[in-house]
Design a binder for this molecule. Structure first.
Ligand code: BGC
Length: 715
């Protein structure tokens, strides 16, 4: 008999429910502060899994309670939100998405897993794969942006990175892909609100990245807090049991979100905790995170006959199998045994800097305001985000302390030791105080250049951080307007660095600034990364993974929409448009400038017609006509012109990069499998329809900037 079977045979109901329970450990500076009765509960086998506990010694102390003092000695599974780093922070996921580089995405996950595993952890509640098309929703910051293809690529890369060479390895974490599914579709961008989307959008957009995570071997999935078309995801049998487990064959763990099982009562589909617990278990949720619904509710549900012991055992088996796969039975202390070397930490910081540098998206650069000349003598560095270490961390700072993250001020002082750098906040990120304004303006007087660091506080995106106004918070606009006025009079260039967890709606700012960098939240190496780009040590190469609206009324705005029967025509009143704002976004998906100037030519396809099973090679020549070496990113889109179901105007199918010296030229090559040109037909089943497919390649999702060719699909 297997270890897992023999354990299940010997387990009491309390011990079984303990394995289905994950409880938070408060983390105090001096160590874990789990309540006394929880300590007892671990010893009695009534709690089998923990979250929010860090530090190898702390983890091992807790583990010892379970292994040495509980009857069956089953080790704990301990998870944590290692989203964009653990102690060394990488850019927030939305910022990292701007790299369009799966190997980089995998490498930061690999390093984060090593760091967290060295802290004793065995599981991360990541990656977050929610496609988000409404910037009001704060959680867009935690994910891949607006496009399902990007999200699927990120899913594969992140799972590969976190899980590394296999779960038994002491430097690997079990990856929990979340939040399944369509959480990004919350009504009006309000967190936790209901989700109402079509079956087509569900399958074409929101399920895709989860299918990729499962294919990559993700150990676990976390259902979203939200409902989907009336059925809360925590109880969504059709998607969890039938689609995920049945259709995709996912046999890993399903772990609820925080307190989500109890919330089925508030959703209005369960009368009490026993009811809620039964619904979740039957839908396929194995672990109850923080609702205590399984421990308190399942005994009653068993009595009522709404669940069976076999159903409980099935979930217990999955938990134990994961613990076994993680090597916890062989050696529960395998993670956190060896301290990481100083060299390993330094190397990680280097990677964090490299990735942060490449996550920065240059939105504007008029008159070559950037890069800054190294000879710049006096620099005025203004705004509430100039010297804000804690803010640089972004939405999920793991176990990172507020200090120690390089600020813009520190980064520039290091990069420009000869220059005089004067710094003032001027105003706070939020709030109405303008007392510091005039002192800040005085610093502009004899400056050669002004750098304005503006934007959101880190906690203005992420969970429970929806915003209805997407301008600059507080009095930052007043600061910026005053600076622009003064700078214009003295002809001083103004460079704006925007920090945010979402696209901000700031057309006025983009209009007035000489240069704008979207920095997102770059993490621990923020200041060095920004200094690298500002001084030209590294050229900017990030591309926005979300469309930037010019007005909130355009939201949701994304490149993958379907055509209208009345597309906009300025000569025809009855066409699809607003009376008061253009249809076009401020910046399209994929937009981002470099210090080069690229021209594309000679888009060519390896064949004129392809059948299912064929692979098309798409090539385009690129030349850098600019004066500096730079990296260009190109996107491959398709458009199925005539199909049985109206297809999106652009569908992303690939992205590629090329680095070119001034005057240098090269070729970017994409491979496109004909199978990827299938789509969901009327019955929502994949179909392959003969006909013409447009192949479009270019620097962003603005059709006017794309080279076009076409290929025939043949049966
Ligand atoms: C969030 C999850 C997170 C969990 C554990 C919840 O509030 O929605 O994304 O993994 O907490 O911290």
């Amino acid at each position: 008999m297997s270890l897992v079977d023999s354990l299940i045979e010997r387990m009491s109901l309390t011990e079984k429910l303990g394995q289905l329970t994950m409880t938070a450990c408060g983390q105090a500076v001096t160590g874990p502060t789990i309540a006394g009765d929880s300590t007892e509960a671990i010893k009695s086998g009534a709690i089998g899994n923990l979250l929010n506990l860090v530090g190898a010694a702390n983890v091992h102390d807790m583990q010892r309670l379970a292994v040495d003092e509980s009857r069956l000695g089953i080790p704990l599974l301990i998870g944590y939100d290692v989203i964009h780093g653990h102690r060394t922070l990488f850019p927030i996921p939305l910022g990292e998405a701007s790299l369009f580089d799966p190997e980089a995405w995998a490498s930061s996950a690999r390093e984060s897993a090593k760091e967290a595993a060295a802290d004793g952890l065995a599981m991360t509640f990541a990656p977050m794969l929610d496609v988000a098309r409404d910037p009001r929703w704060g959680r867009g910051a935690e994910g891949p942006g607006e496009d399902p293809f990007v999200a699927a690529c990120m899913a594969e890369a992140k799972v590969r990175g976190f899980q590394g060479g296999g779960l038994t390895h002491a430097d690997c974490l079990a990856s929990v892909a979340k939040h399944f599914c369509a959480y990004g579709g919350v009504t009006a961008g309000r967190d936790y609100a209901p989700v109402d989307i079509s079956e087509r959008t569900l399958h074409e957009v929101h399920l895709l990245p989860f299918a990729a995570a499962v294919a990559a071997g993700a150990a676990a999935i976390m259902p979203a807090f939200t409902d989907l078309n009336g059925v809360p995801m925590t109880a969504n049998k059709v998607l969890l049991r039938d689609w995920l487990r049945g259709r995709l064959g996912f046999d890993g763990l399903i772990i609820s979100d925080y307190n989500a099982i109890a919330e089925l009562i508030r959703h209005g589909i369960a009368a009490d905790l026993a009811d809620a617990a039964a619904l979740a278990l039957k839908a396929g949720v194995d672990i109850d995170m923080m609702a205590d619904a399984y421990r308190r509710g399942l005994p009653l549900a068993l009595k009522r006959g709404t669940v069976s012991m076999a159903e409980i055992d099935e979930s217990v088996r999955r938990v134990l199998i994961l613990k076994e796969r993680l090597g916890l039975f062989d050696d529960p202390y395998r993670r956190g045994k060896v301290r990481e070397s100083a060299a390993a930490l330094e190397k990680r910081r280097g990677l964090a800097r490299h990735i942060a540098t490449r996550s920065i998206v240059m939105l504007k650069n008029d008159g070559d305001a950037l890069p800054l000349r190294r000879s710049v003598r006096r620099l005025a560095l203004l705004g509430p985000l100039t010297d804000a270490s804690a803010e640089m961390r972004g939405v999920w700072w793991g176990a990172a302390a507020p200090e120690g993250h390089v600020t813009v001020l520190q980064g520039l002082r290091t990069a420009l030791p000869e220059s005089q750098i004067l710094q003032a906040d001027g105003v706070a990120i939020d709030g109405a105080d303008t007392g510091g304004l005039s002192a800040a303006l005085r610093l502009c007087e004899s400056a050669d250049a002004i750098i304005l660091c503006l934007g959101e506080a880190a906690v203005m995106s992420g969970e429970a951080a929806s915003r209805a106004h997407l301008g600059l918070p507080g009095m930052q606009r007043q600061l910026a307007e005053a600076v622009f006025e003064q700078a214009q009079r003295a002809s001083i260039p103004v460079i704006v660095i925007l920090f945010s967890g979402r696209p901000l709606i700031v057309p006025w700012l983009v209009e007035k600034a000489n240069a704008v960098l979207a920095a997102w939240f770059p993490g621990s190496e923020a200041g060095h990364a920004l200094a690298d780009v500002i001084t030209g040590r590294q050229g900017p190469s990030g591309r926005t993974p979300v469309t930037w609206p010019r007005a909130l009324g355009q939201v949701p705005i994304f490149f993958g929409e379907r055509p209208s029967g009345r597309p906009f025509d300025s000569h025809d009143r009855f066409t699809s448009k607003y009376l008061d704002v253009a249809n076009e976004p401020l910046f399209p998906f994929g937009f981002g400038l470099t210090y080069g100037r690229f021209e594309l030519s000679n888009l060519r396809l390896s064949r004129a017609a392809i059948a299912l099973g064929d692979v098309l090679t798409v090539q385009v020549d690129v030349i850098n006509r600019g004066a500096r070496e730079a990296q260009e990113t190109l996107f491959l889109f398709t458009h199925d012109k005539i199909a049985s179901v109206s297809r999106p105007k652009l569908e992303l199918k690939g992205f590629g990069k090329i680095e070119l010296r001034p005057g240098g030229s090269g070729t970017v090559t994409f491979s496109l499998g004909a199978a990827e040109l299938r789509f969901l037909g009327m019955a929502l089943e994949p179909v392959f329809e003969p006909g013409e497919i447009e192949i479009l390649v270019g620097p962003c999702a603005d059709r006017t900037q794309l080279q076009v060719a076409s290929v025939q699909l043949v049966a």
